[in-house]
Write a protein that binds this ligand. Structure first.
Ligand code: MN3
Length: 245
């Protein structure tokens, strides 16, 4: 089998096992993922997390993000977070019915629920705020909002890049909407701005994974090059859509 057709086969096979959430995530709804149940112990009406269908092929973001990184990141790292958070929900008899309720009560839950729930949600957003031939300078309401909040698009980009570079160790950089304003910040590990214990709070519009697993195969320790090239794949249409909700 040729490499490309094998990749296509693998991708198709994975698509067939991707699930949709019982929860109310706009991200999952927007992606219309097909339902699967990762853990039969989960009760109807209780939140379960789902891995969104990757909206492009593994190689689609090259040369900015390589196919092997995408494959491992999606199929191993992200898939594990989704499985593990659903296991935690079942084992710990967590009975929240939405992702929002889950994250706003995260300080009461276990480290397993927090780390894997964040990992499940954060990556679902991450895949969707990227696309092949993305990047550029956004226009319309998102463009105006960025200019209004940060002075100019270049200043926004500079500040976001600086936050992504200064997050020590593993974590995420974010653009969020909070109280009608846009803000930039970062979170450690798999925390996110929906969590009650997060210093940065708001509705996520854009997320950048700065864990080494997101870039090490291609960029090794050069996080700066990864971040610089990531701007070429930002899906501003999706960021604009999230802003409009
Ligand atoms: Mn990751």
């Amino acid at each position: 089998m040729k490499k490309t057709s094998r990749r296509k086969f693998v991708h198709t096979a994975i698509k067939a096992t991707v699930i949709s959430s019982v929860g109310s995530s706009m991200i999952i709804d927007a992606c219309a993922a097909k339902p699967i149940q990762n853990n039969p112990a989960l009760q109807p009406g209780v939140l379960s997390f789902a891995q969104v269908k990757l909206p492009y092929e593994y190689a689609a973001l090259e040369p900015n993000i390589d196919a092997m990184t995408m494959d491992i990141h999606y199929n191993r790292h992200h898939a594990a977070y989704v499985k593990n958070v659903n296991d935690a929900i079942a084992d710990e008899k967590i009975s929240f019915s939405s992702e929002n309720e889950f994250f706003t009560n995260i300080s009461k839950l276990s480290a397993k629920a927090r780390n894997n729930g964040g990992g499940a949600y954060n990556h679902n957003l991450f895949w969707q705020v990227m696309k092949p031939n993305g990047g550029g300078v956004p226009s319309g309401k998102i463009g105006e909002a960025l200019t209004g909040s940060f002075g100019s698009f270049d200043k926004f980009k500079e500040q976001f890049t600086s936050v992504a570079m200064s997050r020590f160790g593993s974590g995420w950089a974010w653009l969020v909407k909070a109280n009608g304003k846009l803000m930039i910040g970062s979170t450690p590990n798999q925390d996110n701005p929906l969590m009650d214990l997060s210093e940065l709070k708001g509705t996520p519009l854009l997320a950048l994974d700065v864990w080494e697993h997101a870039y090490y195969l291609k960029y090794q320790n050069k996080r700066n090059e990864y971040v610089a090239n990531w701007w070429n794949v930002v899906n501003w249409d999706e960021v604009a859509r999230l802003l409009s909700l």
